[in-house]
Design a binder for this molecule. Structure first.
Ligand SMILES: C[S@@+](CC[C@H](N)C(=O)[O-])C[C@H]1O[C@@H](n2cnc3c(N)ncnc32)[C@H](O)[C@@H]1O
Length: 235
C-alpha cells in the first residue's frame, strides 16, 4: 500500500526499542500496523484492532501478521475489557488518529476519526489500564497534559508536516523498558545498530568455535549472573 497516513514506518525501530518483554501485545489503532509488522520476536498472543473495514482486509492479507488476531472493531471496547482483564504481562500500543483540533491541517484523514469526547474517554481508559501502555501523540494539544505524569519520549521525525523535521511523542506508564521484548533494532540509529550487530555476530562466532562444555560453562555462569536478561522461561 502507499504510505499509510500517520503510519509508523519511519519510527518503528525507536518504538520497538521502548517495548518491554511481554506475553500479550495489543496494537489498538492498528492502521497499517508498522510496529506489529516489524516486531521480529512474537508474543504468545498478538491482537490488532482496527475499525476501518478496508484497512482490516488489508491487514488480513499481510504475511508478517499471520498468527496475529485481527479484530475488525472498536478499540474502545477491547480496551475497556483490558482494564478488567490485563496486567503488566500485556503491552498496549495505542496510536490513535490525532485530535482534529491539534492537527496543523484539520481535514479528516481517516474513514474512522475520533471526536474530542472520544479522546477524553480514550485517555481515561488508557490511564486505568494495569497493562504497560505506550501512547503516541503530538507534543502539543490534548495529550501532553493528559499524560503529564507518565514518562515522555521524544522521537525525531523528518516525514511529518511536509518533510520538515518534527517531534513525535510517546508516553509510557513505565520508566525503564527492561528487558526489551525484541533487540532486533536495538541502537540509536542505523550505524549504531550495524555496529552492535557486528559485535554480536563476532561474539557468537567465538562461542560457536568453542568446545561445547566450555561454551556450556560460560552460558551457565551468564545465566546465574544475569537471570533478568534471559528470555522468559530460561532462567
Ligand atoms: C494514526 S493511525 C494508526 C497508524 C499505525 N500506527 C500504523 O503504523 O499504520 C490510526 C488508526 O486508528 C483507526 N481507528 C479510528 N478509530 C478507531 C476505533 N474506534 N477503533 C479502532 N481503530 C480506530 C483509524 O482507522 C486509523 O487506521
Amino acid at each position: 500500500m502507499a504510505t499509510y497516513f500517520g503510519g509508523k514506518n519511519h519510527l518503528y525501530q525507536a518504538i520497538i526499542n521502548l517495548i518491554p518483554r511481554h506475553e500479550r501485545f495489543v496494537e489498538a489503532f492498528a492502521g497499517s500496523a508498522a510496529v506489529s509488522r516489524h516486531l521480529a520476536r512474537g508474543a504468545a498472543e498478538a491482537i490488532l484492532v482496527e475499525r476501518d473495514p478496508e484497512q482490516v482486509k488489508w491487514l488480513r492479507r499481510q504475511r508478517e501478521l499471520a498468527g496475529h488476531r485481527i479484530v475488525g472493531g472498536d478499540a474502545f471496547e477491547v480496551l475497556a475489557r483490558g482494564v478488567r482483564e490485563w496486567g503488566p504481562e500485556t503491552v498496549v500500543f495505542a496510536d490513535p488518529p490525532y485530535p482534529i483540533a491539534d492537527r496543523r491541517d484539520a481535514r479528516p484523514r481517516y474513514r474512522c476519526e475520533l471526536s474530542d469526547g472520544d479522546h477524553r474517554v480514550l485517555i481515561a481508559t488508557l490511564r486505568k489500564l494495569k497493562a504497560r501502555v505506550l501512547v503516541c501523540g503530538h507534543p502539543w494539544g490534548m495529550y501532553p497534559d493528559a499524560f503529564a505524569s507518565w514518562h515522555r519520549h521524544e522521537l525525531r521525525t523528518t516525514l511529518r508536516g511536509g518533510g520538515r523535521p518534527g517531534v513525535e511523542c510517546i508516553w509510557t506508564n513505565y520508566v525503564d523498558p527492561f528487558p526489551l521484548h525484541d533487540y532486533h533494532y536495538f541502537g540509536a540509529d542505523k550505524r549504531h545498530r550495524q555496529d552492535l550487530r557486528r559485535r554480536v555476530a563476532r561474539q557468537v562466532m567465538n562461542f560457536a568455535a568453542m568446545d561445547r562444555n566450555h561454551r556450556a560453562a560460560i552460558l551457565a555462569e551468564l545465566a546465574a549472573q544475569f537471570p533478568a536478561e534471559l528470555p522468559r522461561g530460561q532462567a
